[in-house]
Ligand binder design. Structure first.
Ligand code: AHM
Ligand code: MG
Length: 334
């Protein structure tokens, strides 16, 4: 249930009972993400003012160790998530291996694992383009009481209990789902509070935006080439408009609001595309499906793929249902 002027904190509490395990832990976990998001937002907003966009390990003019923003975001989310007694493991795009969290009693009793891309699109920061955080939450599959294992992280996306993103844009938004639709909250920076601004977000079934890095056109599979030509053809509601920010969170967010398709296909340069199944595609696919959209690798729903390694990459087609289905038909017929 949503109502006017509802804050994210109120929304989390009021909707807690929707969640089947409903012990309050998932709510506390989302609350800790809300807190980390505010900290990262503060730092991202200062990026143009202070000299913190330099390489990690350098020293700034005040003699302080510099952290690149993606390192800062990673550290912020890890420490915030570790400090509550809820999470037993974290996997991040920024870390080679997963992190094991013992918990306060050092007993490995916590139930949730978090997988995240702490600052996606970070190459855009220097040019003042929106970036985002993407997160994905699962219940561990190994029994509590022992350290997490790789198996806890390599679950199909279908097992996600929550997923979301934060977009640090013209305004900062937190958008998430716990499997009961998608809701978006906008930060009022003056008072540091997220308000429900986009209740029950829905991908329009059809749109007129296609988002793909066409610079790689010559390297794309035939199905993608043909679909791009289809998008450009003169027809009743075509040509579509091409919009590509190169910042996944922003491209998906815009397409969810306006209707569109995002494609990062495989290519002859990158056999599995670029995006990571666990940190980028699974959470975005969960959100897309919960918002009435679709997400696949061109053939199979992303959420049905069985991951085999932490940093696995996968081709990604995500967006308005009818557009993704059309792109898939070009893939299977070529
Ligand atoms: P990153 O995780 O290294 O930031 O890369 C992911 C980003 C996405 O946000 C974006 O959609 C894509 O890379 C853009 O890649 P390209 O520049 O190849 O089009
Ligand atoms: Mg990324």
């Amino acid at each position: 249930m949503s109502r006017k002027n509802q804050t994210l904190g109120e929304f989390i509490i009021e909707n807690q009972s929707e969640f089947q395990y409903s012990s309050g832990e998932l709510s506390r976990l989302i609350n800790s993400i809300r807190l980390a998001a505010k900290v990262v937002n503060h730092e991202v907003n200062k990026a143009g003012l202070v000299d913190i966009v330099g390489a990690a390990g350098e020293t700034n003019i005040q003699g302080e160790d510099q952290q690149k923003l993606d390192v800062m975001a990673n550290n912020t989310f890890i420490s915030t998530l570790t400090n509550r007694n809820i999470v037993c493991g974290i996997a991040s795009e920024e870390n080679d291996d997963f992190i094991t969290i013992e918990g306060q009693g050092e007993d490995h009793k916590n139930k949730y694992v978090v997988l995240m891309d702490p600052l996606d699109g970070s190459s855009n920061i220097d040019v003042n383009v929106s970036v985002g955080t993407i997160f994905s939450i699962y219940r561990r599959v190994t029994p509590p009481g022992s350290p997490v294992t790789l198996e806890d992280f390599l679950q199909p996306g279908r097992n996600q209990v929550a997923a979301g993103y934060i977009i640090y844009g013209t305004s900062t938004m937190l958008v998430y789902t716990t499997g009961h639709g998608v809701n978006g909250f906008t930060l009022n920076p003056a008072i540091g509070t997220f308000y429900l601004s986009h209740p029950n977000m829905q991908f329009p079934d059809m749109g007129n935006i296609y988002s793909v890095n066409e610079g790689n056109y010559n390297h794309f599979p035939n199905g993608v080439k043909k679909y791009i030509k289809y998008c450009q053809e003169e027809a009743e509601n075509r040509p579509y408009t091409s919009r590509y920010i190169g910042s996944l969170v922003s491209d998906i967010h815009r397409n969810m609001i306006k209707g569109g398709i995002y494609i990062y296909p495989k290519s002859s340069k990158a056999m599995n595309g670029k995006l990571r199944l666990l940190y980028e595609c699974n959470p975005m696919a969960f959100i897309a499906e919960q918002a009435g959209g679709k997400a696949s690798d061109g053939f199979t729903p992303i959420l049905d793929l069985k991951p085999t390694e932490l940093h696995e990459r996968v081709p990604f087609f995500c967006g308005s249902r009818l557009m993704v289905e059309k792109a898939e038909s070009f893939m299977s017929n070529s």
